[in-house]
Ligand binder design. Structure first.
Ligand code: ADP
Ligand code: MG
Length: 361
């Protein structure tokens, strides 16, 4: 018997085994290569800033993603310890405890305060970071929530005035003072400002896709891991959490929604919510039930959301006409009409068929 190439039955079997092994190795290598191209995700969720904070990132290197997330969480904790009115030695608590005097603050506190004052001026005080005395008086969202008397409301309201915030730089340090009796509350802007910070931190670490969600205050970093725009839902004001009335397609943009449903208490059949009108010292009697602002800067989106809610539909429409760089979606109570700014047309999709859409002129 002769065998071509000198192969014997034994060596034939051997080469068949080698070929099979080789095929298996190539198959696994190819699979590993393909899955290497598919982004890995990592997530952290934690109760911070008085709400649920969820950070999700996508990339190729799991260890790098984990480090970026741990550092982001640590940064949130650090910033909360500067801005929170519930932490006794925060910059903001120190300013409040020493009203009428200058207090040295960190560069971050200076930055967020300067932005808060800018937004207050722009909205003629519909957003006002010196709302502290009114927030404290009503105690909405705390166990001390109550309906104060008219004289208490008037006394607290008289203290609200962002024009009395002084920011002073000297010798490379910053000092801040509020008027005697005034107190700051950054609840309407801090989450947005921190979201911008965390997005910048993640970008610095090379993260190209991330969702920074600070209690619904969202920054969508880069594009989605599939290389498309993110589709973000706008929370439905009358349905349970997780239900949306519309979606927007965005990249590297923040979406913030404010509504009266977020935090409130009820007394004698009346609902008192946490967005306060600085001009009345009471929960804003708005004809709007939800306001979303879509902006490259989450701090502005956060502050403006609160302001537009306080202003109501007509004043908001007039304001948005003067500020064409601001994109917003406003939901009016009663007939549930949705009003959007003209530039949103291309990326906004109404998903609740019972609502009517109108584009603001
Ligand atoms: P949320 O915190 O639910 O996202 P907002 O961004 O609208 O809602 O902020 C509401 C918080 O901001 C309140 O809990 C209070 O601390 C503060 N606040 C309420 N009314 C105003 C206002 N007119 N201007 C500035 N801050 C406000
Ligand atoms: Mg806000």
């Amino acid at each position: 018997m002769s065998y071509i190439n000198g192969e014997t039955p034994k060596s034939k079997l051997r080469s068949a085994i080698v070929a099979a092994l080789l095929a298996a190795v190539i198959f696994w290598a190819a699979k590993a290569y393909i899955s290497g191209l598919e982004p890995i995700s990592a997530e952290r969720e934690s109760y911070r800033l008085g709400t649920v904070v969820r950070l999700t990132v996508w990339g190729e290197d799991k260890t790098a993603l984990d480090h970026a997330l741990d550092d982001s969480m640590a940064e949130i904790t650090r910033l909360e310890s500067l801005f929170s009115v519930n932490i006794a030695d925060s910059d903001i608590s120190k300013i409040n405890a020493n009203s009428g005097q200058f207090v040295e603050v960190s560069p971050e506190t200076k930055e967020v305060l300067a932005l808060a004052v800018k937004n207050a001026a722009m909205t003629h005080g519909a957003f006002d970071p010196t709302i502290g005395p009114v927030v404290k008086l009503w105690g909405i969202g705390t166990k001390n929530a109550r309906v104060p008397s008219d004289s208490e409301i008037n006394a607290a309201r008289a203290l609200v005035d962002y024009r009395k915030v002084s920011i002073h730089d000297k010798g490379g340090r910053t000092y801040v003072a509020v008027g005697k009796g005034q107190s700051l509350d950054l609840g309407g802007i801090a989450k947005g400002w921190i979201a911008d910070r965390i997005a910048a931190l993640l970008k610095e670490r090379g993260v190209k896709s991330a969702i920074v969600d600070l209690g619904g205050n969202i920054y969508a970093l880069g594009e989605s891991p599939r290389g498309r725009e993110w589709k973000l839902g706008l929370r439905h004001p009358q349905k349970p959490r997780g239900e949306y009335f519309a979606a927007v397609d965005v990249a590297d943009t923040s979406v913030v929604t404010s509504g009266a449903y977020e935090r409130y208490f009820e007394k004698d059949g009346v609902r008192y919510h946490h967005i306060l009108d600085p001009s009345t010292g009471r929960p804003a009697q708005s004809d709007l039930i939800s306001v979303s602002v879509i902006s490259k800067k989450s701090a502005d989106a956060d502050a403006l959301c609160t302001a537009l809610f306080v202003m109501g539909l007509d004043r908001s429409a007039a304001f948005l006409k003067r500020h064409l760089d601001i994109q917003a979606a406003l939901v009016k109570g009663g007939n549930n009409a949705v009003f959007i700014t003209p530039d949103l047309k291309g990326c906004f999709k109404l998903t609740d068929g019972t609502m009517a859409l109108e584009v603001l002129k």
